[in-house]
Design a protein around this ligand. Structure first.
Ligand SMILES: CC(C)(COP(=O)(O)OP(=O)(O)OC[C@H]1O[C@@H](n2cnc3c(N)ncnc32)[C@H](O)[C@@H]1OP(=O)(O)O)[C@@H](O)C(=O)NCCC(=O)NCCS
Length: 149
């Protein structure tokens, strides 16, 4: 089993996160500028995951904390490293940090067509609480999911 090292992203990780985000999201990518802006935005926290024997991140997550609610903004894992528990480790870190900051509800949006991500979130206890019509650029709907902490 892969053992994951999760840490806060630093400025030095910018290029790696930009590349990972582009790889993970393809045509639905935020793009380099939005990723770089997210890294320095107040209230947005960014964490990265690497394997024990490497420093370069292979997974990332952006999340935002606002009082007793928090939201996962983006999460992605390099294709070659998927299905090894990386996203689960990143989400576990967010859940425990959110709990520690007094967050009661953790939200996210996921494309209705993204079965892999929805299965992952459900396995962690997230429940579907709503649907946003034509939320994505490609016209796809988003499911709103919530985890009560
Ligand atoms: C979704 C994503 C982040 C999952 O990352 P990951 O590191 O591969 O996920 P994990 O290995 O932690 O998977 C945990 C569980 O999620 C579910 N899961 C993950 N990928 C899956 C897939 N392709 N098909 C079915 N279930 C999947 C499984 O239940 C898995 O547990 P298992 O491997 O023991 O069966 C990754 O596929 C990705 O980067 N996708 C592109 C970007 C994206 O869609 N991000 C989410 C936007 S809301």
């Amino acid at each position: 089993m892969t053992s994951w090292r999760i840490r806060p992203a630093s400025r030095a990780d910018t290029q790696a996160i930009v590349a990972l985000e582009a790889e993970a999201f393809g045509g639905a990518s935020w793009g380099a500028k939005a990723v770089a802006d997210g890294l320095v935005e107040r209230n947005v926290r960014v964490i990265v995951a690497s394997t024990d024997d490497a420093v370069t991140p292979v997974g990332f997550a952006f999340w935002r904390n606002a009082g007793d609610e928090a939201e996962i903004l983006s999460i992605g894992v390099a294709r070659r490293m998927q299905r090894r528990g990386c996203a689960r480790a990143l989400l576990g870190e967010i859940i425990s940090a959110a709990r520690g900051s007094g967050v009661r509800s953790l939200f996210l949006e996921v494309d209705v067509a993204n079965a892999a991500a929805a299965i992952l979130y459900q396995s962690l206890g997230f429940e579907k609480v709503g649907r946003r019509k034509r939320y994505y650029r490609n016209g796809g709907d988003a499911l709103v999911m919530r985890l009560i902490l």
